[in-house]
Write a protein that binds this ligand. Structure first.
Ligand code: 4AD
Ligand code: MG
Length: 473
């Protein structure tokens, strides 16, 4: 008989119909006359209750139906007398598809997230990780749908690259060279001419530079792919391998960019509320009691748009009034997460799009502002049209900018930052052949999932996290 997914069986009122469900046993309760099995097949957070009357299934099989085992049940869909569930299955036959050893690591309830990480190959079977993975899928669909409906083309940028987009030097090298026998030139430098690509290559830290080539031909593109950073950041917000969404749009200015950032994030959050309520209700109950309220708040609220210089003034005013921070915050400093959280969670109490950062702390490609800012009455250094979207609990969720479209100014930045020109000639060609104003941003997919699920650690919102010293599974 054709299998019915548990999500469909639970939604059906076709009582009396014979169906077949298959899944993994969450619990099995036995009494003399009847057995109750809670079955889950991953299609929904909800289990279906299977009622097995005495005699339907032999004793030996029943004994092997333990938590974690896999069974197929055929029987009648019936209205459930039990509270909180509409329907259940009155079994006619129960087949054990796969027994489960007593060592099954997800047997006990209430294990710590640390324990679950050590068993990440099995944690997917738990309610929490099932919910997170279904939400990840739904958010992927939201993202593709948003861009498709708004006329953006999905553009595939390379994973192996010879250029460092962010210029931070945090790249994983890609080579087929024998590391035990490296050929070096007379100055002791490694000779890459016989390497696979004939030059040093790495895993991409961002698809932006190639994305700009797409946008200046197709008008509006987005990427959605794996991204790699070899930064030794052991924080609950950083992964060595994460997924990034990078839209890039021709003829956009700073205001268009901020409008897109805000509209896009709100669309994603609304999508979660519309499509993932069962999973969100579970997470709201088990992980964070204010989750749904927070998501509903973000959809309604207008984001604050705050120039960096104004942000510094607010922070310095707070310090003057006795607010203590661990790190200093003078104009020109990169804001620490405590500063960002103060602005977002205490001062404004809503998401903040911070703009016009000091040039020195941002990437080479950002458009330089025409005027220098005035901070507490003094004229400061040059700023750029970069934007960071700062979210409650998360901090930076989006980083983006208007791009410098002037060949001369861009070249000036490349030279003053000692970025190797030979890697950049193709990028500069966008500024030589019909250059145009354009802008884009990058959203860290896992940071979005952190926000939507209320989870605290980024390692728990991706199936198999890669972080310093961890690449298991
Ligand atoms: O701010 P970032 O470094 O910006 C860029 O890469 C630009 N090229 C994007 C663009 O304009 N097209 O990274 C963008 C976002 C961050 O805001 C953060 O959400 C996420 O990517 N991110 C990380 N997420 C998880 N782990 C890491 N190590 C991350 N580094 C950045
Ligand atoms: Mg950033």
């Amino acid at each position: 008989m054709k299998r019915t997914k548990i999500t469909d069986a639970l939604a059906s009122t076709d009582y009396g119909k014979e169906i077949c469900v298959k899944g993994w046993v969450r619990t099995h309760r036995s009494s003399k006359a009847v057995d109750f099995i809670q079955l889950n097949d991953g299609s929904t957070i909800k289990n279906i209750q299977v009622v097995v009357d005495a005699g339907v299934c032999d004793e030996d099989t029943l004994r092997q139906i333990t938590t974690g085992s896999c069974v197929a049940v055929c029987g009648l869909l019936v209205e459930s007398p039990a509270q909180g569930q509409a329907s259940e299955v009155q079994a006619k036959s129960v087949e054990l598809l796969g027994g489960c050893d007593a060592t099954y690591p997800m047997q006990k309830k209430g294990q710590s997230f640390e324990y679950m990480r050590q068993h990440a190959h099995m944690r997917l079977r738990t309610n929490t990780f099932g919910a997170i993975m279904r939400i990840r899928h739904n958010m992927s669909m939201a993202i593709h749908t948003y861009f498709h409906e708004h006329g953006f083309f999905y553009f595939h940028t390379p994973i192996i690259t010879a250029s460092d987009c962010e210029g931070a030097g945090q790249m994983f090298q890609v080579t087929t060279k024998n590391l035990y026998n490296l050929k070096k030139d007379k100055d002791g430098r490694i000779d890459y001419s016989d390497d696979f690509f004939g030059k040093p290559t790495s895993l991409t830290v961002s698809g932006q530079l190639e994305g700009e080539l797409g946008a200046t031909a197709l008008g509006a593109i987005y990427t959605f792919g794996p991204t790699f950073r070899a930064e030794n950041s052991n924080t609950p917000r950083h992964l060595a391998e994460f997924w990034m969404i990078e839209p890039e749009v021709a003829f956009y200015d700073l205001h268009d960019l901020m409008d897109l950032e805000e509209d896009f994030i709100k669309y994603c959050v609304r999508w979660a509320l519309d499509h993932c309520m069962d999973d969100l209700e579970f997470l709201n109950k088990m992980i964070d009691k204010t989750l749904i309220e927070r998501l509903q708040g973000v959809v309604k609220e207008e984001f604050v748009r705050l120039p960096y210089t104004k942000g510094i003034e607010i922070l310095q005013e707070a310090i003057k009034n006795g607010r203590k921070f661990e790190f200093p915050c003078n104009w020109g400093d990169d804001l620490a997460s405590e500063h960002e959280r103060y602005l977002v969670e205490e001062y404004f109490k809503k998401p903040v799009i911070m703009t016009n950062y000091p040039k020195a702390i941002k990437a080479f490609y950002m458009k330089i502002d025409a005027e220098r800012p005035v901070c507490n009455g003094e004229v400061m250094e040059e700023t750029v049209q970069g934007t960071d979207v700062l979210f409650p609990q998360i901090g930076e969720i989006i980083g983006g900018s208007v791009r410098e479209e002037s060949y001369d100014k861009l070249m000036g930045e490349i030279e003053s930052r000692n970025i190797p020109m030979k890697d950049m000639w193709w990028y500069l060609d966008t500024r030589r052949y019909g250059s145009c104003p354009h802008a884009g941003f990058g959203l860290g997919f896992e940071r979005l999932i952190l926000f939507i699920t209320g989870m605290q650690n980024i390692r728990d919102v991706i199936p198999f996290p890669r972080t310093p010293k961890t690449a298991e599974f």
